[in-house]
Design a protein. Structure first.
Length: 419
């Protein structure tokens, strides 16, 4: 039986990889420019990190984690997100002892056992950026500014930044009680899952897609009307700083985010070109996460960009595939050796050169050069080689010129690299 990839786990094929590399390279450039450093964290962690960090009563922890016992009976989970792991690494390696402020980013696969559909996979990639150790609202705005700048740099347009405040440990319980009281009246409209959520975690009802639940929640009280004075001041300052940076945003009082660790500022970037899975990025502040996972009292804020969704929005007219710079067409035994020698030299110079391995006819080699979309073809004919001359053909404008064999490498380098 033919073995296929696991459902919801995708191959990223060579003709798409240019987009991924471009996005990752741009993220590194932009984030490092903003003072962030890369961190690489393990794919698996102790399950407890996520159940405590993300929250027991979230969809991710309740239903979506890839959890298994290893051979020693330890419960491990394939990371469903990176924030909790990055916080753990900050604590474990006492990164705060050097400087309490850590600006970190991480790129890699995450795993959630969700129902696969367009834009929703079981293995998916995130670009994640976090700032640990700053509670000041200026950093909320700075992080959002970096995100929007990055999304524009990769060419995304028609995006909407949505923000909300989710309050804090002091004011959110009041909101939770208010919401619970309101929805208890409407519990007959709620699906079975949401009736359970009503007791365990009523905020999660906002994320339910069931029509009657959406109707029940439509006029529910808003968290923003319940936040305490300090949270209100914080949110106003975030808005002020966003305004100073000329960033457009809309207030979305119904956006509560799917993870429990959030406090105060929450944000999403959505694209209406994406269909139902329209969030390209989600993020926010989480001032209690470190304590939840058993650490110090460290504030934090960050975001994660879904790479598959981002890549599906890249400009369609941009070319991301790297074609060969040069194809060496060399029919005949002697010229074949010469092609091998020259190709090696070119590769060492970083020039993407191809030649024919099979000793095919000139015609078929030319066809392959065409198919591979090589920029140039170097024709090494037996007769020409004896005379010490070769032909270079520009495949775009079809012009041809003769080049001497001596000094060929330098001539090709100057043509191809400066072209
Ligand atoms: P999240 O909203 O769960 O937040 O995920 C962030 C982004 O990852 C989403 O906006 C979406 O683009 C992408 N994403 C999530 N699940 C899937 C999936 N199954 N398939 C494809 N893409 C997906 C977090 O993960 C938080 N850790 C973000 C954060 C960082 N908050 C603070 N710091």
């Amino acid at each position: 039986m033919e073995i296929k990839a696991i459902r919801g786990f995708n191959d990223i094929l060579p003709d798409e990889i240019g987009k991924w590399q471009f996005v990752e390279k741009t993220a590194r450039e932009v984030f490092e420019g903003f003072g962030f450093s890369e961190i690489r964290i393990p794919i698996a962690e102790r399950t407890e990190l996520f159940s405590r960090g993300i929250g027991e009563a979230t969809d991710i922890v309740e239903k979506e984690m890839y959890t298994f016992a290893d051979k020693s009976g330890n419960f491990l989970t394939l990371r469903p997100e990176a924030t909790a792991s990055m916080a753990r690494a900050y604590l474990e390696h006492q990164l705060y002892s050097f400087d309490p402020v850590a600006k970190l980013y991480c790129i890699g696969p995450m795993f959630r056992y969700e129902r696969p559909q367009k834009g929703r996979y079981r293995q998916f990639y995130q670009i994640d950026a976090e700032v640990f150790g700053v509670g000041n609202p200026v950093v909320d705005a700075e992080v959002i500014l970096m995100l929007i700048h990055f999304l524009k740099r990769v060419g995304l347009e028609k995006l909407e930044l949505q923000i909300n405040s989710l309050g804090c440990r002091d004011c959110r319980p009041r909101y939770r009680d208010g919401l619970k009281a309101y929805l208890t009246e409407k519990s007959f409209q709620l699906c079975e899952d949401c009736r359970r959520r009503l007791q365990a975690n009523p905020l999660r009802i906002f994320d339910c897609k069931v029509q009657t639940c959406q109707e029940a929640i439509a006029d529910a009280p808003k968290v923003i009307d319940f936040i305490c004075d300090e949270c209100d001041v914080h949110f106003n300052r975030v808005k002020e700083y966003l305004g100073m940076a000329d960033l457009d945003y809309i207030l979305n009082p119904r956006m509560v985010r799917g993870l429990d660790y959030y406090t105060r500022t929450a944000f999403e970037v959505v694209s209406y070109d994406l269909g139902s899975q329209n969030a390209v990025t989600g993020g926010g502040r989480y001032d209690n996460l470190f304590q939840e996972i058993g650490g110090l009292d460290v504030p934090g804020i960050g975001f994660a960009i879904g790479m598959e969704r981002l890549i599906s929005l890249l400009p369609k007219d941009k070319e991301f595939i790297r074609h060969p710079d040069l194809f060496i067409a060399a029919p005949g035994k002697e010229t074949h050796k010469e092609a091998y020698r020259l190709a090696n030299q070119l590769h060492i110079e970083g020039i993407r050169a191809e030649f024919d391995y099979e000793g095919k006819s000139l015609k078929s080699q030319m066809r392959r050069a065409d198919k591979l979309k090589a920029r140039y073809v170097l024709i090494l004919g037996e007769e020409e080689l004896k005379k010490g001359r070769v032909v270079l053909r520009n495949m775009e404008d079809k012009s041809q010129e003769e080049l001497p064999m001596d000094n060929l490498l330098n001539l090709l380098k100057s043509k191809i690299i400066h072209d």
